[in-house]
Design a binder for this molecule. Structure first.
Ligand code: F6R
Length: 261
C-alpha cells in the first residue's frame, strides 16, 4: 500500500482523475471498477472536463460498479445506476451497454450475484478499482465482519451507513436497508486499487484502515494485503495518520510519481 497526501480536496480529486485518465489513455479497453458517493462526484466532474476539453475517450472501456441498493426500481433517482448516469455516463462517449451495476431490482438476487462475478471474469477482470470509504470502514458495502474472501452478495447495511446516506433519499426512510455489493475478495482481485478519501470526518477511519491491524471489522484494512493499492487523501483526511512524513517522502522519491508532484 502507498499513501499519497495532497493538500486540498481538489488536489486529491485531480490526482485520482489523472490516474484514471492515464490508464484510459494507455489502455482504451480498460475495465474500470467504479464507486459512487459524495467523494467521487468531483472525480467524475474532472473526467467529464477531460472528455469535453481534451477528448478523453471512453468509447472502448468497460465499467463495473461496486454496489447497488436492493429493491429500488431500475432508474430510481436514489439508485447508483442513476447516480452514474447523472455524474458520468450521460456526459461522455461511453457505450451504456459496457456499463455494469449489480441489478438490485432482480427477483433472483443470488443468481444476479453469480452473473455479476461471471461478467467481470468474462471481461478479463478489473484493471483499476476506484474506492471510497464509509464511516464504518466499508469498501463497497462490505460492512463490519465481511469476510476477506467474500464475493458479490446481498448485505444488510449498518445503522451507521443508513445514517450516512439516508439524507440522499426523499424522504430518508426510502433508503433501502440492503444492497448488492462486490465482496472484499472480489475487490482484492482487481489489478490495482485506488482509494480516495477527503475531509476531516474521514481522518479517524483512514488512520485505522491504513495503520491499524487487518480486521474484518474494518473492510478497508484488507487493502493492506493488496499488492498494488494507492490511498489518496487530502490533508484533513490524513490528519490522524502517524507516518505522514514517511508517506510524503515515498511520494517525492518514487520515480513512478515524478510527473504527478
Ligand atoms: C459507493 C460505495 C461506498 C462509498 C462510501 C463513501 O459505491 O461503495 O463504499 O464509497 O460509503 O461514501 P461518501 O463518498 O459519500 O463518503
Amino acid at each position: 500500500m502507498e499513501v499519497i497526501i495532497r493538500e486540498t480536496q481538489q488536489d486529491a480529486v485531480d490526482l485520482t482523475a489523472l490516474l484514471l485518465r492515464d490508464l484510459l489513455s494507455s489502455k482504451p479497453h480498460a475495465v474500470l471498477g467504479l464507486a459512487t458517493g459524495r467523494t467521487m462526484e468531483g472525480v467524475y466532474r474532472r473526467l467529464v472536463e477531460m472528455h469535453l476539453g481534451a477528448g478523453l475517450d471512453f468509447s472502448l472501456c468497460r465499467t463495473f460498479n461496486l454496489d447497488e441498493y436492493i429493491g429500488l426500481p431500475r432508474g430510481d433517482v436514489g439508485s447508483y445506476r442513476h447516480y452514474m448516469y447523472v455524474h458520468l455516463f450521460q456526459h461522455v462517449n461511453i457505450d451504456l451497454r459496457n456499463t455494469h451495476l449489480p441489478r438490485g431490482e432482480s427477483d433472483d438476487l443470488e443468481g444476479e450475484c453469480v452473473r455479476y462475478e461471471a461478467a467481470i471474469a468474462e471481461c478479463g477482470g478489473i484493471d483499476l478499482q476506484l474506492l471510497g470509504i464509509g464511516r464504518t470502514g466499508h469498501i463497497g458495502f462490505n460492512e463490519p465482519l465481511s469476510a476477506m474472501y467474500s464475493r458479490t452478495r446481498a448485505k444488510a447495511l449498518s445503522p451507521e451507513t443508513l445514517r450516512q446516506n439516508a439524507g440522499l433519499f426523499d424522504p430518508p426512510s426510502r433508503m433501502p436497508r440492503r444492497a448488492l455489493t462486490m465482496g472484499v475478495g472480489t475487490i482484492l482481485e482487481a489489478r490495482r486499487c485506488l482509494l480516495l478519501a477527503t475531509g476531516e470526518e474521514k481522518a479517524g477511519i483512514i488512520a485505522q484502515a491504513v495503520e491499524g491491524p487487518v480486521t474484518s471489522m474494518i473492510s478497508a484494512t484488507a487493502l493492506q494485503l493488496h499488492p498494488r493499492c494507492t490511498v489518496i487523501v487530502d490533508a484533513p483526511a490524513a490528519a490522524h495518520l502517524q507516518n505522514q512524513d514517511y508517506y510524503r517522502w515515498v511520494f517525492e522519491n518514487e520515480p513512478e510519481w515524478d510527473g504527478y508532484q
